[in-house]
Ligand binder design. Structure first.
Ligand code: SF4
Ligand code: SF4
Length: 88
């Protein structure tokens, strides 16, 4: 089942207040993106530095739903369509 991780401090009654990047961890596969390094292309695309990968081969996390501007650069960068923009 698709999941996203939302910081409750950025939300009201569990609902985010702004557009944000939703990561589908069922679709995300860092190894398929870059078999050499396991680095997420979406992380590198976010000029706001809001996507982080704890280690190569791991899926990225959105560090702040509130700060995400919903620009979609990470959506474009992800070759597996594992990210979409959700309306807050
Ligand atoms: S680019 Fe997409 S599929 Fe690849 S690791 Fe990042 S979120 Fe996952
Ligand atoms: S939508 Fe834009 S600001 Fe938000 S995580 Fe993706 S690239 Fe960064």
């Amino acid at each position: 089942m698709a999941t996203t991780r939302v910081d409750p401090r950025d939300s009201l009654q569990g609902m985010p207040l702004n557009k944000y990047a939703y990561i589908d961890f069922d679709r995300c596969n860092p190894l398929a993106c870059d078999a050499q390094t396991g680095l997420c292309k979406a992380v590198r695309s976010c000029s706001h530095k809001l996507l982080e990968q704890e280690a190569p081969w791991e899926s990225p996390m959105l560090v702040s739903v509130k700060m995400c501007v919903g620009c979609g650069d990470c959506v474009t960068a992800c070759p597996l369509r594992a990210i979409q923009i959700m309306n807050g």
